[in-house]
Design a protein around this ligand. Structure first.
Ligand code: SAM
Length: 287
């Protein structure tokens, strides 16, 4: 009788009193990069999963929700975004979705860890889907906080696709970083930030909103639920020097979406507008 293989489960302990476990049918890679412990797991529901320091970063199965909502919402709200900056995003999924916009002619991606890019190219090509070879992409391997401090470039959309505020990602949740980002945005520019799951990480969102209220004319957040970011809907911080982009009318979004010719599995103009309708427990996190 063939021995049944013992099941291997990987547990993410991002939160103090709450964890999630994912069955690892195979561990495709487990290595130390210059900055983090990187694993690629195979899971029966989510396909390939990237973890950094044992925290789920993205999965083959549900990344479309996160990457569509962090790119199409700010880019379509802006309406004429040409220059996009991605801080983090080493798996290439954010660049993939941003580069679907023919109107975008330049994407700079500042990723601190070359190992994430290299391993993602090898084990998770379905995430980047050729984005790394797009001539519009300028990949910079550097600390996003240092880049933000030193750049004199201007961007229409800044997307902070970072890890959580632990380890190398911590600097990307500071007032200093946000202040440099505010300076690098154009007049109607928008910054969107990965701001965790407010039910579990409310303080993180409150801290970002406090900084954004001091730096931007318009400061808010929007929500989407990504199954492997456990604990409820994820919040995306929103900052802009203009109140117009967040207030863009549905019919204008519908026209822009049609014009862009995007093929999406989660984003629609209606979902876009609805994502800014915040439940009471999230509104309470506003300073
Ligand atoms: N979707 C994920 C989430 O919500 O947590 C983020 C995925 S992406 C892989 C996160 C990336 O941020 C990683 O590749 C990590 O190396 C990068 N990162 C962390 N700190 C950084 C920093 N200071 N500058 C640039 N990239 C950073």
């Amino acid at each position: 009788m063939s021995e049944t293989k013992p099941e291997t489960w990987v547990t993410e302990r991002l939160h103090d009193h709450y964890a999630q476990s994912l069955r690892a049918d195979a561990v495709l890679s487990d290595s130390m990069t210059e900055h983090q412990r990187l694993k690629v797991l195979q899971n029966g529901t989510f396909g390939r999963i990237l973890t950094l320091d044992d925290v789920v970063q993205t999965t083959e199965g549900d990344n479309f929700i996160y990457h569509e909502m962090m790119t199409h919402v700010p880019i379509l709200a802006h309406g004429a975004a040409k220059r996009v900056l991605i801080i983090g995003g080493g798996d290439g999924g954010m660049a993939r979705e941003a580069l679907h916009h023919a109107s975008v002619d330049h994407v700079t991606m500042v990723e601190i860890d070359a190992g994430v890019v290299d391993f993602s190219k090898e084990y998770l090509p379905m995430l980047s889907q050729g984005a790394f070879d797009d001539r519009r992409l300028n990949l910079v391997i550097a600390d996003g906080a240092a880049f933000m401090r030193e750049t004199d470039e201007k961007f229409d959309v800044i997307i902070v696709d970072s890890t959580d505020p632990i380890g190398p990602g911590e600097v990307l949740f500071t007032d200093t970083f946000y202040g440099h980002a505010a300076r690098a945005l154009t007049a109607k520019g928008i910054i969107a930030t990965q701001n965790g799951v407010p039910f579990m990480q409310g303080d993180e969102l409150t801290g970002t909103l406090r900084a954004f209220q001091a730096l931007f004319t318009d400061a808010s957040c929007y929500l989407a639920t990504i199954p492997t970011y456990a604990g409820g809907p994820m919040a995306f911080g929103w900052g802009s020097h203009s109140p117009e982009p967040r207030a863009v009318a549905l019919d204008v979004l519908q026209a822009r979406f049609a014009e862009a010719g995007l093929v999406t599995e989660y984003y629609t103009p209606e979902v876009h507008k609805a994502a800014f309708a915040l439940p009471g427990y999230v509104k309470k996190l506003f300073p």
